[in-house]
Design a protein around this ligand. Sequence first.
Ligand SMILES: [Zn+2]
Length: 175
Amino acid sequence: MKQTTGNTTRKGLTRSLDRRGTRSDMSPPVAQKQRPPKDPSVCDVCGSIYTAKTWRRNRALPANLINAAAWTICPACKQAKSGEYFGRVLVRGSNASSNLQAIRARIANVERRAEFTQPERRIVSSKWDGATLEVLTTSQKLAHRIARELQKAFGGRARYNWSDQDGALTAVWEA
Ligand SMILES: [Zn+2]
């Protein structure tokens, strides 16, 4: 029973992602970058390593390849520096504001876990204006995961809205 619910949710999400994927003028925001870097490459800023078409953090580069590696700046570092974002999480509600510390810790934790396997998913900024916590992320997937994790941990309700313009996601979590 539980599994059926899970599958339905995932299907709904996959559908909306696929719909965006069919737009011919647009590849997924994070993947849509110039030419791929040399394999292997090392990010000068965060130390992520690029090989076999993916950027990974905390991956050891074999000693014999260190001299062969090209130094570059990974897409996440470039994006984070320019303040560009494709995901936005808005945290609202009285329950949310009274648990702000715990919520922020949870968000940081979600980012840390994502960063380990997918260094291109980062938090660009996080701002609390007294009523709403606005978290900007480099990828819509990270924003989606944050809102989902918050709902799982603290209850409340998350809503997702993908922009037709650029595929950016705004997730609103209210508790
Ligand atoms: Zn980097």
